[in-house]
Structures are given as structure tokens and as C-alpha cells.
Design a protein around this ligand. Structure first.
Ligand code: ATP
Ligand code: MG
Ligand code: MG
Ligand code: MG
Length: 469
């Protein structure tokens, strides 16, 4: 059984042998795209190469890319701790062809890796293709010899990728692994496809068209390939589990949480261990790439991640700040592959300690209010939005932390009332605003403020719909 670190190298070495340039992960804060909150896929650093705006000295590349999906269009934050396959921070392995090889070679390379070096049992593999992509259907039959019932045609945008409203786009084909009938969930395209039985491990994107501004779609003269495979998911498969959190790397982090809190990692509070391990990675990697917790934009997403982890630390009975004490374990596991976290060790530790110390001042009080206000509520009930707002405004509870705290009991926050409370506060702020005396400037200030919402919520809203893989 290989560890996560070896699996990453196996992927990279395989594609290097096939003539791909090994390119380092780009930072989590994309330099080339201010509209994107965090790097959320391997292709992000190559966007301009795909459009032809930028030239590189190679036409094939392979990467292990740091990704965060906790804001904007791809937000997996709410899934963490509740599905076996989602993280906020994860690594996406990918091979890329910039006008070099195309669909047939991409499918062949992928199939040969998973059935060769990775040696996955063929009978557990199935794939999806875009319903109009007969070519991909035929290639999977020819190259992999898959039977018809394991090549599933999907008509939705899940299997059609586009970079934006215009630009490169094309069908994609996803490879799934069947973890077995003992796990709940249906195959892709079925009503219960979101279970953990059939897990999507690899997405192959065939960039073959260009979407023009007028709505017309034309063929690209030199089609390209973009793929993304979740390292944690393929590691789970290779380590004989359906659960990313059971892989060696995540287990090592979870063991450290268990050790420091003295709470059984596999007992009734196992979701808390998982959330903490996941959010630790996101927190340290984001800090290492220059994001600091704050009240807006990227910094607010980081603060939400940190505070949610800190509430779970509190649930595990931690009396003192916990998160900063976990940093060395993460560095042991991932510092060789990502030296930037070694360099950022002190900064990440201090940032976590400061944030946790501050948040702890209000955490207990906030939690007891949450407790009191929800005491009489049963499954399906709704939690008062004005209380959720007070928790946010006075006790520093991001809305999703309150939602997460109530989720296990099937209680949802009344979002309409939450927004109304937020709007009321804005109106009061406006009424109390003495102003600069220059009416025009003040008007612009409030227009901007109303348009973007409270600054704290930039985290939810500023990202434009952006690249999938
Ligand atoms: P899912 O449908 O499971 O949410 P996705 O279709 O959103 O995945 P893609 O955008 O196709 O994922 O990303 C490529 C690959 O990255 C996926 O096939 C998967 O292996 C991995 N991946 C995506 N999101 C996550 C995540 N939140 N945590 C871990 N791995 C992920
Ligand atoms: Mg997803
Ligand atoms: Mg998917
Ligand atoms: Mg996908």
C-alpha cells in the first residue's frame, strides 16, 4: 500500500515519462485572475496558455495543484465532515495538453495509469461522457473495452465544461470508482448519485470549442486537454477505503487531534476530528500563501474556516487554543512536498493562536445563547434569523458556523430574517452616518456598500462563475 506522498509522485513520474513538463503548484491566491477567490483547479495557472494569450516552452504539463473550494461557485465547505470525499483544501493532480494530444491519447493515458501503475480492478470502474460526445463514448469502448452499461451518458452541464461565458469549452468525461454495495449511493446520473458508493476520481476535459460572444460555438484549431484527479480520493481507493479521511495523511492529522484532546477519533465525535484536520490544512496553506483572517473577501473565508474548526475543538473539550498545536503534525506530513508551509510555520502558528484566543473570548457566551435559543426547537424547525445575526454581529459567529452547529439536529436558520436584520443594521448605520459633508461622495459610498452587501459577506459573493477542472 502506498502512502499519499508516493501516490502523488507516481502520478507525476508517469506523465513526465510521457513527455510532460513537471510544473509546480501555483499559489492558492491566483495571480492571473482577480475574479477568482481561490485556485480551485489545476487549470487555473494555465488559463492564458489555453486561450493562446501566453506561450510556454512546453506543450504538455503535469501538476499537483493546491486547491481550495470554500467560496464562490465551488464551495464545498458545508460538505466537510459530512461526505467522505470533500475537503476545503485538497490537491488536484492533472495532466495538460496545450494543442498537443487530444481525446484519444488523453483517455488512453488515463486508462493506462489507473489500470497499470495504480492497478485498479477494471470491474470497479465506470465512466461518464457528455451525451452528445459519441466520439468519447466510442473511445472508451475501444481503448478500455468498457461495456455499454458502464459508460454513462450525462446530458447536463456537469459534463460540459466552459472557462467562462466566452472562451474555450468542451465536453468532459469523468471516471468513477465503485466502492461496493455495502456503501449507500447510486451511480452517476441516478437520483442518489450523491452518496459515497460511486466516487468520482478523475475528470477529463476535452477543450474543443470556443464560445464566441454572439452565442456561436466554433471548433478550436488546436484542441487541448485539461484533467483533474483528487489526490485524496485516489489515495483512498488505493488504500482500500471509500473515505478520504481514512487515508494515511488525514489519519495522521486526526490522530494528533485525538492525542491532544484525548477524545477517541472513531467515537461519536469523529466528525469534529475530521473538520479540524481538514480546516487545519486549509488554514495553514492559505496563511502560507499570504491570506490572513479578516472581515472581508478571502480573509473572511479563512476566518470562517478557522472559527468553524475552533468551535469543533471546543466541542472536543479543548480548554486552551488547539489549532496552532497541530501545525507541526501537518508540516511532518506535507512539508516535503510543499516547503512554503515549512517557511510559514511560525506565521501560521501565531495567526491561529491569535485568532483562537480572540474567538474564545466570545465563543462560550455565543454557544450558550445558541443553546438557549434552540433548546425548544425540534427537527425541521427554523432558528430565528435575528439571533443568528446577533451571534454574527456580537459574538463573531459566521453564519455558516451557526448553520453547522444546528445542522446535526435538522434545524435551519431563517435566512430571510437574518438578511432583514443585516439590512436593518445597514440602514441604522446610514442614519447615524454624519457624513463627510459632500453629499455626492456619501451617496456613492452607500451605493457601493448596498451593492456588495456588508463587507463581511464579500466572501460569498465576489467570485464570478469560474473554471471547474
Ligand atoms: P464532486 O462532484 O465530487 O463534487 P467535482 O465534479 O466538483 O467533484 P471537479 O471540478 O471535476 O470535481 O474536480 C476534479 C477532481 O477533483 C474530482 O474528480 C475530484 O477527484 C477532485 N475534487 C473535487 N472537489 C473536491 C473536494 N472538495 N475535495 C476533494 N477532492 C475534490
Ligand atoms: Mg463538486
Ligand atoms: Mg462531479
Ligand atoms: Mg467533476
Amino acid at each position: 500500500m502506498s502512502g499519499v506522498n508516493e501516490i502523488r509522485s507516481t502520478f507525476i513520474d508517469y506523465f513526465v515519462k510521457q513527455g510532460h513538463e513537471a510544473v509546480s503548484s501555483s499559489p492558492l491566491v491566483p495571480h492571473n485572475d482577480p475574479t477568482l477567490m481561490f485556485t480551485n483547479a489545476g487549470m487555473v495557472q494555465f488559463k492564458n496558455v489555453f486561450t493562446g494569450m501566453e506561450k510556454r516552452p512546453y506543450s504538455r504539463a503535469v501538476t499537483a495543484q493546491k486547491c481550495v473550494r470554500a467560496g464562490g461557485k465551488h464551495n464545498d465547505l458545508d460538505n466537510v465532515g459530512y461526505t467522505a470525499r470533500h475537503h476545503t483544501f485538497f490537491e488536484m493532480l492533472g495532466n495538460f495538453s496545450f494543442g498537443d494530444y487530444f481525446k484519444d491519447r488523453a483517455i488512453e493515458l488515463a486508462w493506462n495509469l489507473i489500470t497499470g501503475p495504480f492497478d485498479l480492478p477494471r470491474e470497479r470502474l465506470l465512466v461518464t461522457v457528455y451525451s452528445e460526445d459519441e466520439e468519447a463514448y466510442g473511445l472508451w469502448k475501444k481503448i478500455a473495452g468498457l461495456p455499454d452499461d458502464r459508460i454513462i451518458r450525462i446530458p447536463t452541464s456537469d459534463n460540459f465544461w466552459s472557462m467562462g461565458d466566452t472562451g474555450p469549452c468542451g465536453p468532459c468525461s469523468e471516471i468513477f470508482f465503485d466502492h461496493g454495495a455495502h456503501i449507500a449511493g447510486g451511480p452517476p446520473g441516478s437520483p442518489d448519485e450523491n452518496g459515497d458508493r460511486f466516487i468520482e476520481i478523475w475528470n477529463l476535459v476535452f477543450m474543443q470549442y470556443e464560445q464566441l460572444p454572439g452565442g456561436e460555438r466554433v471548433g478550436l484549431p488546436r484542441p487541448s486537454i485539461d484533467t483533474g484527479m483528487g489526490l485524496e480520493r485516489i489515495s483512498a481507493v488505493l488504500q482500500g477505503t471509500h473515505d478520504n479521511y481514512e487515508t494515511d495523511l488525514m489519519r495522521a492529522l486526526i490522530a494528533e487531534v485525538a492525542e491532544l484532546t484525548n477524545v477517541d477519533a472513531d467515537g461519536p465525535q469523529k466528525a469534529s476530528h475530521r473538520v479540524i484536520a481538514d480546516h487545519l490544512r486549509a488554514s495553514v496553506f492559505l496563511t502560507a500563501d499570504g491570506v490572513l483572517p479578516s472581515n472581508e473577501g478571502r480573509g473572511y473565508v479563512l476566518r470562517r474556516i478557522m472559527r468553524r474548526a475552533m468551535r469543533h475543538a471546543q466541542l472536543l473539550g479543548a480548554r486552551e487554543p488547539l489549532m496552532h498545536r497541530l501545525v507541526p503534525a501537518l508540516i511532518r506530513e506535507m512539508g516535503r512536498a510543499y516547503p512554503e508551509i515549512v517557511r510559514a510555520e511560525a506565521l501560521a502558528g501565531e495567526t491561529l493562536l491569535l485568532e483562537e484566543t480572540r474567538f474564545r473570548r466570545t465563543l462560550e457566551r455565543g454557544l450558550s445563547i445558541l443553546e438557549e435559543e434552540s433548546a425548544g426547537l425540534t427537527q425541521g424547525a427554523s432558528f430565528p434569523g435575528d439571533v443568528a445575526f446577533k451571534l454574527y454581529d456580537t459574538y463573531g459567529f459566521p453564519l455558516d458556523l451557526t448553520q453547522d452547529a444546528l445542522r446535526a439536529r435538522g434545524i435551519a436558520v431563517d435566512l430571510g430574517a437574518f438578511d432583514a436584520a443585516m439590512a436593518r443594521q445597514k440602514a441604522e448605520a446610514r442614519a447615524n452616518w454624519a457624513g463627510s459633508g459632500e453629499a455626492a461622495t456619501d451617496a456613492v459610498w452607500f451605493q457601493v456598500r448596498d451593492k456588495v452587501g456588508a463587507t463581511e459577506f464579500l466572501g460569498y459573493e465576489t467570485e464570478k462563475a469560474e473554471g471547474v477542472v
